[in-house]
Design a protein. Structure first.
Length: 210
């Protein structure tokens, strides 16, 4: 199965991608991870990406898609893959098609903006060991203190309400139009995000016929 996960930042794409990856025994391909790997391994496209990154510029679509196509040609993707974080825009999706990157289904996790703002502003992260908590759904035993190492928990800048609102606005403008793009191709499935991770996973499995 070749899957793309769509959804706003904080909709739970990364969490569901990890779960689906284990169920289907296929890799999750995250743009950030493969970009870093291509740069580290000094592949020709990785070196090109590094030029842009060193200059503080955005890596252009054709370089990103080239890196993805390179990664999808590896043996572990032969049975399928899950793309998380790409495509972000219609031009990226068109470039993927042109490069022969095929998908069976674009699965969109639907979560209201208000829910995402509440969800992300409640996240707390340990700067020392990286453990993650949530004031409502996964609170630390002692308020503001990491269970694992006892360090003081912090709110990531990314999770501040004004940052989350700006990221949501970008999502609605640039990424949400992909739903119509894949619907036209008969490949879109929408799943309502549920109150718990397990309930969302069950809804995702049902949508995919697993």
């Amino acid at each position: 199965m070749k899957l793309i996960l769509l959804g706003a930042p904080g909709a739970g794409k990364g969490t569901q991608a990890d779960i689906l990856s284990k169920i289907l025994n296929i890799p999750t391909i995250s743009t950030g991870n493969i970009l870093r790997a291509a740069v580290k391994n000094q592949t020709p496209i990785g070196l090109k990406a590094k030029e842009y990154m060193d200059a503080g510029a955005l890596v252009p679509d054709e370089v990103i898609i080239g890196i993805i196509a390179e990664r999808l040609a590896e043996p572990d993707c032969a049975e399928g893959y899950i793309l998380d974080g790409v495509p972000r825009t219609i031009p990226q999706a068109e470039a993927m098609e042109k490069n022969g990157v095929e998908i069976d289904c674009a699965l969109s996790l639907e979560v209201q903006d208000e829910t995402i703002i509440d969800r992300m502003s409640g996240r707390r992260t340990c700067p020392a060991c990286g453990a993650s908590f949530h004031v409502v759904s996964n609170p630390p035993k002692q308020d503001g203190i990491c269970d694992s190492c006892g360090a003081e928990l912090t709110i990531r800048k990314d999770d501040a309400p004004e940052t989350v609102k700006a990221r949501l606005s970008t999502y609605h403008k640039e990424t949400e139009p992909l739903k119509a793009f894949y619907a036209e191709r008969g490949k879109l499935k929408e799943v309502e995000g549920k109150a718990t991770i397990d309930a969302t996973t069950e809804a995702v499995k049902e949508a995919l016929g697993l």
